[in-house]
Design a protein around this ligand. Structure first.
Ligand SMILES: [Zn+2]
Ligand SMILES: [Zn+2]
Length: 100
C-alpha cells in the first residue's frame, strides 16, 4: 500500500517504518507547522496513550524530552526489538480515539 511515508521514526529510530506526523506542541497550545516530528504508528499511539496534550505541550515538547521520560524509555526498550513491518498492540489506557 502506501509506502511513501516510510522512513526512520524520530523517536525509536527504527528504519523503514510507516510514519505519521506528531505535533510536539499541539496547535491549541501555540504549536506551529514546524513543531512536528515524524513518528511510527506505535510510537505515536504510545505517546498519546501515556500523556494528555497539555503535558506534551509543556513538558514533553521535543523528541529529546520524550526520549528522556521514564515511561517512554521503557517503551523504547521494547519497541526497538519489534520488527518494523508489524504493528504491535498498544495499551489503550488513557488513549482517546481519534487522529491528532
Ligand atoms: Zn517509533
Ligand atoms: Zn501526535
Amino acid at each position: 500500500m502506501s509506502k511513501a511515508r516510510s522512513g526512520v521514526c524520530e523517536l525509536c529510530l527504527r528504519n523503514d517504518v510507516e510514519r505519521t506526523i506528531h505535533h510536539l506542541i499541539p496547535r491549541e497550545y501555540g504549536g506551529g507547522p514546524n513543531d512536528t516530528s515524524k513518528l511510527c504508528i506505535p510510537c505515536h499511539k504510545q505517546i498519546h496513550a501515556l500523556y494528555p496534550n497539555l503535558e506534551l505541550a509543556v513538558r514533553l515538547n521535543t523528541i529529546e524530552k520524550l526520549r528522556d521520560d521514564p515511561e517512554i524509555k521503557k517503551y523504547l526498550k521494547w519497541i526497538v526489538k519489534q520488527p518494523a513491518g508489524k504493528l504491535p498492540r498498544i495499551k489503550k489506557s488513557g488513549y482517546k480515539a481519534g487522529k491528532r
